[in-house]
Structures are given as structure tokens and as C-alpha cells.
Design a protein around this ligand. Structure first.
Ligand code: ADP
Ligand code: MG
Length: 696
């Protein structure tokens, strides 16, 4: 890969569009992309023709509408360009082919909002995200809706939420005398992942079927030496990352930073931020490419939030902001935030909306996988709070208390090494324990899980902030003195929502009881977090801003709960299989072997010492019985769940099945520590976490 020449070589990007489209078509398309103007469908034919020619020159034979149904994955159905003509074929791709596709919608989740006999679904071209060629196919980013117009995907509501925010932010900006064509939300998602050897992966049924280990005693070496974070990259990992970057860059993905993460075998890639919808598409593609490139290296990329118990899980920090097309970042405090009324108003809107809608923000990142992470000690707790840092925190305190603010000036720091240049000290230190932290000119939402589609949290963020802007704009548009009215709103709202601000250690033991006192929500698992989607206030905010209809909002909740129950069910069944087919028999064999050894030894030398054998036989046989009992309990409880009752089933999964599974695991892991390694049916944690060294 040659940079910068080959960056984005597989993408039908601005430069290619400019090169290949008639100038009128190009202008019309850019107006849709950059200013949000409705697409002029008359240009579709001309765009399709240029796209086809370009795609064929890149080796494409097929095209597909690429969309993001509620499964959480991407979906695609490939059609070739060929069209018979007498005894040969021509390559055809019309404007209609570009604009709409008609996949059968009946096999995609819809949360019961649509009867299966109403199977018709449409995919529609999303011109705001560029098409690309991959594996001989032209990929056309698309939205997915039903025949009756309900959205069945994550992309359409994301675009709607962006447009809601655009509309309301512009009302606010106008009041401050700022004119712009568009306010776009921006996202930079930092992607964490694990790499393990393909050989080990193949031998772990749990990893293959569930993406996480259901059993496994801890390795004698965990992450306590803190040597992995930012550590030297092993050759195999470095080779992987180089290939990954080249692939990502060829698709125009702005992969920027790469490093080892905290846990052994854990790594991270952070891209440069861009417009939310493009960022979401890029992240979905990134996850796919991460897995594909790993295969070439004899590795497997694990994107699960908690592949290994006892060491750090993986998240996807969602860095979020809003910017005008003229380059103004609405979350940039500037040099004197205390005198920047617009910034303070925007900040108040974010704080207000995060407090008012903490429930849906939390729910938007709830999943079976992320449940193992949120609230565990490496991740932000399941409680939403906002971190502002010293400087902004002090400013907000003063506003709320009505005191005058004396700015905390960034000190000129020196590190005390004479050769090193003096560096200015940041006015705010980093806080790694807050779920929603202000980091200079953006907020970093740290709750999303590593395999999540970040469309979900961004739909909520954009919607709730748009809603706060709308309320502020309604009030300000009536005011005579905007500055005074804005300051009144700022003070009132910061006061009203002060409870959501927490600038201290979110991992400390004091925070949970303190948060409870403040009345903040603390929904620890998906089954408890998602039902907030069914509350009127939360449905209303989506409806009011044109993001979901009531039915769509409820359907999203239903699908999330259904997905959750299905995942736990698969995990429980896999666990039962592993215990019954592999672990219980292995333990029984090993006990038999120890017993045979004991008998042999006794007959060879009567009275020979046999403490090891007799103790191990007793301990392992006891553990195997306990395991058997725990397995039967899990099996029984699982059979009792009424899977048709989505809401009740999810509660039973969270509160009965998960604890049952923990019991099974505890006993089995205890046994693994005692059993001979050649009798244990699976690669151990130390195998998986410390085997990868060199490239294949
Ligand atoms: P760190 O989290 O280590 O402080 P950075 O501040 O460099 O790292 O940024 C982390 C991520 O935030 C990157 O993906 C970056 O592109 C993204 N980011 C920076 N500015 C913005 C913004 N205005 N909107 C959205 N994301 C942003
Ligand atoms: Mg970060």
C-alpha cells in the first residue's frame, strides 16, 4: 500500500465522483451529501452509470445494497451486473438498481411489529456514505425499511437523529448570529479487540459458538504486571496491524492509532473521527476486516466484550461532538469558556439531556456481552454520570452557586529534564472511570461494547441533545435579550441537572451508594436496562424528534430483549454440551486413571505413600458430582423458561440462568486447576493468552 496515493482506492469518494460524474450531477449529489438536500432521483441513472463503470474497472461483477438490520450485523445480497442479450451478456446497473433493492424482510428481526406474511422490505441507497468495491462487489450503503415505511435497521434512525440535531442546532446558532448550511454530529469510535491463535480457537467450542469462554481457570499470570498496555508489539501482532491498516486505508477508513491494550492479547485501533453515519459504516466494516485479516495470519480476532473472565474486557469509546460545515465545533470551549455563552448553552443541553434520558442512553449499549463488562472493575459502572474535569467542573460549580468564576489557568509545566522542551500542562487530567467524559472538545461515551453497532448510542445521543436544543430554542426565540435569556437557561438547567455531574472516581466503592442517593439509575443488566424503552417519556422524545414512531421505539426494545435471551440461551446450551460431553467425562477418566495408578502402586509396594492420589480422587470426584448437580439445575431452569414471553424470558435469563451458569463455571474451573493438563479437553487461559508470538 502506497500512501497517500492509494488511500481510499476502493471507494467511490468525492474525488472519483468529481472525475466520473457530469458536473451537474456531481453538484446535485454533493448538495445532498454536504447540505442534507433531498436527493434528486433524476440523477440516479447518471450516478449509477458512472459507478458501474468505475466498479467494473476495479474488478466488480456484482453489486449489493449493504444495510444494518436489527441483528446487530451487516447484511448483503449480491446481484450480478449481467443481463442477457441474444447469445451474450451486457453489464447493466440502472438508477433504480442503485436507489432501491427489495430483499425479503421476513427473516430479519422487527420486534413483532410486522407480521411475517408482510414480508416485503426495501433497501434504499444512502448517498451520504460512499459506495465501495470489496471482493468483486460494489457495496452500496443503504437503509432498510418495510413496505409500510417502518424502519427495520439502525441506519435510517441514525440519519433521522442527525437531521433532527441539525435542525435544532441551527435554530440555536441562528440566535447567536451564526449562519451555516449544516450541523453534523461527529464520531470517532476507538475499537478494542483480542487476538488469539486460530488453533486454540478451533479447540474451544465456547469461543466458536459464543465468542467468549464459558469455562477457564485464570492463568497464573494475568495483567498485574501492567506490562502489556502500550508494550512492544510482538512480531505476529505487528504484522497483523500493518496488514489491517493497509486494508482499512484502501477502504478510506482513517485508521490512525494502534497499540496494545491493558489485558494480555488485547489491542486497540482508533480512527480519526468523521461524520457519524460514515463513522458507523466504517466501524462495521472495520470489525469485519479485523476478523478477515486475522484469518490470513493464523489468528482469530475476538470482538466480544468479555472473552476471558478475570481480565479486562473490550469496549468501544464513542467520541462524540457536533460541528458546522464552516468548521465550528460546538463543544469547543475556546480560550475563555466562562465568556462563551453558546458553548455553555450547548454544554447545558448535553448535561440536561444525559440526565433526563440516562435510562435510554444506558439501554442503548445494553447487550448480553456488555453485561459482563459494565460494572466490572475495569469498565465504567452501569450508572450514567458526566465528568467535566477540574476547569469546566469549577465553572459549572460557580454558575450553579452564583459565584464569580476565577479561571484555573493551565500552568507552564516542566518535567525537570533539562533536555526536554517545556510543555504546557493540560488544565484537566484524564479521568478513565467516567462513562461520559468531557475530553477537551468532545464527549467520550465509554459504555458501548466492543462488538456493538455504535449507531445505537448515537441515535439516542443525537435525539436527546436535539430535544434539549429544541426546548432552549423555543424559549430563546421569544426572548428580547438572547444573552441574558441564555444565561438564565444555563443556570437553571445546570442547577436542575447537577446530580448527573460526578468528577471523582467512578470505580470507587462510594459511588454506587452516592448515585443511589442522587436518584440516578443503576440498571446492571440488559433485562433490567432495556424496558425503559417502553416508558412513555422515552418513547415521546423519539417521536417528538421524528426518529422513531411509537411502534418502532417499542420494537427496538423488544428486539434487544429477544436478542439478549437468545444469546444467553445459546451460551447456556453450549455450556451444558461442554460440561456433559467433555468436562464430566474427562474428570471421570482422570479419576479412573488415578484410581488405576493407585491400585497398581499398592500392588507393587504395599503401604506405598498415596496421599496425592487419594486426595485428588476424593476432591475431583466430589467436584465432578457438584458439577453434575449444577448442570442438572441449569438444564431444568432453562427448560422452564417461556421463550414466547420476551420480557419475562429476559428477566429469567438475567436472574436465574446467569447465576446458574456462574455456579457451573465455578465448579468446573476449580476442577481444571486440579486436573492433569493432558486430560483437560480445552486449551487453557495461559495457552490462549500467551501463545501468539510470531506470524505464521
Ligand atoms: P484519547 O482518547 O487518547 O484522548 P484523542 O483525544 O486523540 O485520544 O481522540 C480519541 C478519538 O476521539 C479519536 O478517534 C479522535 O478521532 C476522536 N475525536 C477527536 N475529536 C473529535 C470530535 N470533534 N468528534 C468526534 N470524535 C473526535
Ligand atoms: Mg479514549
Amino acid at each position: 500500500m502506497k500512501l497517500p496515493e492509494n488511500f481510499g482506492e476502493n471507494v467511490f469518494n468525492d474525488a472519483v465522483q468529481k472525475d466520473t460524474l457530469p458536473s451537474e450531477t456531481y453538484k446535485a449529489l454533493r448538495a445532498t451529501i454536504e447540505e442534507g438536500k433531498p436527493l434528486d432521483t433524476a440523477i440516479a441513472g447518471s450516478v449509477a452509470s458512472a459507478m458501474k463503470k468505475w466498479a467494473i474497472s476495479k474488478g466488480a461483477t456484482h453489486f449489493t445494497h449493504w444495510f444494518q438490520p436489527l441483528t446487530g450485523f451487516t447484511a448483503e445480497k449480491h446481484d450480478s451486473f449481467i443481463e442477457p442479450e441474444s447469445d451474450h451478456v451486457i453489464m447493466k446497473f440502472s438508477g433504480k438498481n442503485l436507489i432501491v433493492g427489495e430483499p425479503d424482510a421476513s427473516s430479519f428481526p422487527s420486534g413483532g411489529s410486522r407480521a411475517t406474511y408482510m414480508a416485503r422490505g426495501y433497501t434504499a441507497w444512502d448517498p451520504t456514505s460512499p459506495a465501495f468495491v470489496k471482493d468483486g462487489t460494489l457495496y452500496i450503503p443503504s437503509i432498510f425499511v418495510s413496505y409500510t415505511g417502518e424502519t427495520l435497521d439502525k441506519k435510517a434512525p441514525l440519519l433521522k437523529s442527525m437531521s433532527a440535531l441539525d435542525k435544532q442546532a441551527k435554530r440555536i446558532l441562528k440566535l447567536f448570529g451564526i449562519e451555516c448550511k449544516k450541523v453534523a454530529t461527529t464520531v470517532g469510535p476507538e475499537q478494542e479487540y483480542f487476538l488469539i491463535s486460530a488453533e486454540d480457537y478451533e479447540r474451544r467450542k465456547d469461543l466458536r459458538l459464543c465468542g467468549r469462554t464459558l469455562f477457564g481457570a485464570p492463568a497464573s499470570r494475568g495483567q498485574e504486571l501492567e506490562d502489556h498496555y502500550f508494550g512492544v508489539l510482538k512480531p505476529a501482532i505487528s504484522a497483523y496491524m500493518r496488514d489491517l491498516d493497509a486494508e482499512l486505508w484502501s477502504y478510506g477508513i482513517l485508521s490512525k492509532t494502534k497499540h496494545n491494550e491493558v489485558a494480555p492479547a488485547q489491542h486497540e485501533m482508533a480512527p480519526v473521527f468523521t461524520t457519524s453515519n460514515i463513522s458507523v459504516d466504517a466501524n462495521m466494516l472495520t470489525m469485519e476486516i479485523m476478523k478477515k485479516v486475522a484469518e490470513k495470519h493464523g489468528l482469530v480476532c475476538l470482538l466480544h466484550e468479555k472473552p476471558f473472565e478475570g481480565i479486562n474486557g473490550s469496549g468501544k469509546h464513542n467520541n462524540w461532538s457536533m460541528s458546522t460545515d464552516t468548521g465550528l465545533n460546538l463543544l469547543n470551549p475556546g480560550k475563555e469558556p466562562e465568556n462563551n455563552t453558546l458553548f455553555k448553552l450547548v454544554l447545558a443541553a448535553v448535561i440536561k439531556s444525559v440526565d433526563d434520558y440516562q435510562g435510554i442512553l444506558r439501554a442503548s449499549v445494553a447487550s448480553a456481552g456488555n453485561d459482563h463488562r459494565l460494572g466490572a472493575n475495569e469498565a465504567p459502572p452501569a450508572i450514567i454520570s458526566v465528568y467535566l474535569g477540574d476547569q469546566l467542573g469549577a465553572l459549572v460549580d460557580c454558575i450553579v452557586k452564583g459565584e464569580s468564576y476565577v479561571p484555573v489557568k493551565a500552568e507552564k509545566g516542566s518535567i525537570g529534564v533539562p533536555e526536554s522542551p517545556i510543555f504546557p500542562k493540560d488544565a484537566t487530567d484524564r479521568n478513565r472511570t467516567s462513562p461520559f467524559a468531557f475530553t477537551g472538545n468532545k464527549f467520550e461515551f465509554r459504555m458501548p461494547g466492543s462488538q456493538a453497532n455504535v449507531a445505537d448510542p448515537n441515535i439516542v445521543l443525537n435525539t436527546i441533545v436535539a430535544d434539549a436544543f429544541a426546548a432552549f430554542a423555543d424559549e430563546l426565540e421569544k426572548a428580547k435579550d438572547i444573552e441574558a435569556a441564555a444565561n438564565k437557561i444555563i443556570k437553571r438547567e445546570l442547577k436542575a441537572h447537577y446530580r448527573i455531574i460526578f468528577n471523582l472516581d467512578g470505580y470507587g466503592p462510594d459511588w454506587e451508594p452516592e448515585a443511589a442517593k442522587r436518584g440516578l439509575l443503576n440498571n446492571k443488566n440488559t433485562a433490567d436496562a432495556v424496558p425503559v424503552f417502553f416508558e412513555k417519556k422515552n418513547i415521546d422524545v423519539f417521536v417528538r424528534n421524528g426518529v422513531y414512531t411509537e411502534q418502532e421505539a417499542v420494537a427496538r426494545g423488544e428486539v434487544a430483549l429477544e436478542n439478549y435471551s437468545k444469546i444467553i440461551n445459546i451460551e447456556a446450551l453450549t455450556m451444558l454440551d461442554m460440561a456433559k460431553q467433555d468436562i464430566i467425562p474427562a474428570l471421570s477418566d482422570y479419576v479412573a486413571k488415578l484410581s488405576a495408578n493407585l491400585t497398581t502402586k499398592k500392588s507393587a509396594v504395599s503401604g506405598a505413600p498415596s496421599l496425592a492420589e487419594t486426595t485428588l480422587i476424593t476432591e475431583l470426584a466430589t467436584l465432578n458430582d457438584k458439577l453434575f448437580t449444577a448442570v442438572r439445575k441449569l438444564e431444568g431452569d432453562l427448560a422452564n423458561i417461556d421463550k414466547d414471553d420476551v420480557r419475562a424470558a429476559s428477566k429469567a435469563m438475567a436472574h436465574t440462568i446467569i447465576p446458574d451458569m456462574e455456579d457451573v463455571r465455578t465448579v468446573a474451573d476449580e476442577a481444571e486447576k486440579l486436573a492433569a493438563s493432558n486430560y483437560w479437553p480445552y486449551p487453557s487461559y495461559s495457552d490462549m493468552l500467551y501463545r501468539v508470538k510470531y506470524a505464521k
